[in-house]
Design a protein around this ligand. Sequence first.
Ligand SMILES: NC(=O)c1ccc[n+]([C@@H]2O[C@H](COP(=O)([O-])OP(=O)(O)OC[C@H]3O[C@@H](n4cnc5c(N)ncnc54)[C@H](O)[C@@H]3O)[C@@H](O)[C@H]2O)c1
Length: 395
Amino acid sequence: MKHILIMGGDGYLGWPTAMYFSNKGYKVTVADNYLRRNESKRLNCLPLYEVPDLEERSKIWYEKTGYEIKVIIGDLTSPDIIRNIFNGKVQYNWAIDKNFSGLPETVVHYAEQPSAPYSMIDYVHSNFTIQNNLLVTNNLMYSVRDLSPETHIIKLGSMGEYGTPNIDIEEGWIDIEHKGRKNRFLYPRQGGSIYHTTKIMDTDLLWFGVRMWNLKVTDLMQGPVYGIETEESKIDNRLRTLFNYDEIYGTVINRFITEAVTGYPLTVYGKGGQTRGFLNIKDTLQCIYKAESSPAKSGELRIFNQFMETLSVNEIADKVKFVGNKLGFNVIIKSIKNPRKESEEHYYNPVHQGLINLGVEPHYLTDDVLTEMFKVVEEYKGNVNKDIIMKNIRW
Ligand SMILES: NC(=O)c1ccc[n+]([C@@H]2O[C@H](COP(=O)([O-])OP(=O)(O)OC[C@H]3O[C@@H](n4cnc5c(N)ncnc54)[C@H](O)[C@@H]3O)[C@@H](O)[C@H]2O)c1
């Protein structure tokens, strides 16, 4: 079976991805430096419930399924940590077969500082985000170039790379005719935060690697993800992924549900017409799997827009209010001064056909999906610290 390396395997998306592939029989290695855990502690925005660390989770997974997820704890901005995974000198923090040194056929690169507000706290956090995200991507690119050029890199980009232009957003590329001549270019990008700007620079780095060294790269322009449970986490609550509801790490749907459960007014920024492409965490797993199963070709930067439906913040707030009220919560929607510099009413029409063509079957934000999330959040209602919902980070 294939070997897949998941960089950032302790994260919101990384751990469910690791279990998903392990369950399908892949050899799975995860690498992480606990940045997300440590920073959420330092910034006083702890997740809704505690999750065991990566080594403990891998042991639980092994006890429950008999499948092994090998664990490497280390900072991937350090070139040696990544290169050792590819040059036979890897040291696992947890593994049954500690001598395994097979090259990964696929790397899923999640290992970044993923929060726009975090990157906008001040110049220190901005510098950190730039340094962390670009160094990890560059280290990976060089490791693959030097040590395993056949490895397929699947990198998580963001729909936020495109911004909100007043024309349709294509899937990564656009054909431009200028003074009678034509060429194909990366679709114009304009990030709305330093974090999003690092995602643009990641794409540029990998596009360079593809042009120079024929790397195989899939760049997934993902929208904000919502959800908690996946099929694999249902085996044992300790396998649930982390869930944040604060302004720094909580994505909007996860945050609104927590607000609704605790009687905190849903925090709509400004007019609430901000529209984005959303997807269920279960669809992130499907998309990565489909991208893995039919890899990019040598010398190809393949870009897919990874979301299943577009929703405005007002539409999400209305859906959460409707379901919350039905479940007996008194949900109030409140427009607050927008802490971000962004359009609050705009045109938004991004293409998202590539992953559907590969066979992804979308989940949508239905009342049932929201109800399932409400139930999990309600279980941990007592842990919610309302003081951390808004952190007053301004652009
Ligand atoms: N969650 C979303 O809604 C969303 C949307 C679009 C794109 N993305 C992208 O998907 C990826 C994963 O997002 P997430 O929500 O799971 O974030 P996350 O913070 O939960 O996961 C990222 C993981 O990478 C680790 N990491 C970061 N820097 C590292 C380093 N230098 N060395 C080792 N490990 C490191 C962190 O500790 C964390 O566990 C990110 O690249 C993010 O930009 C996420």
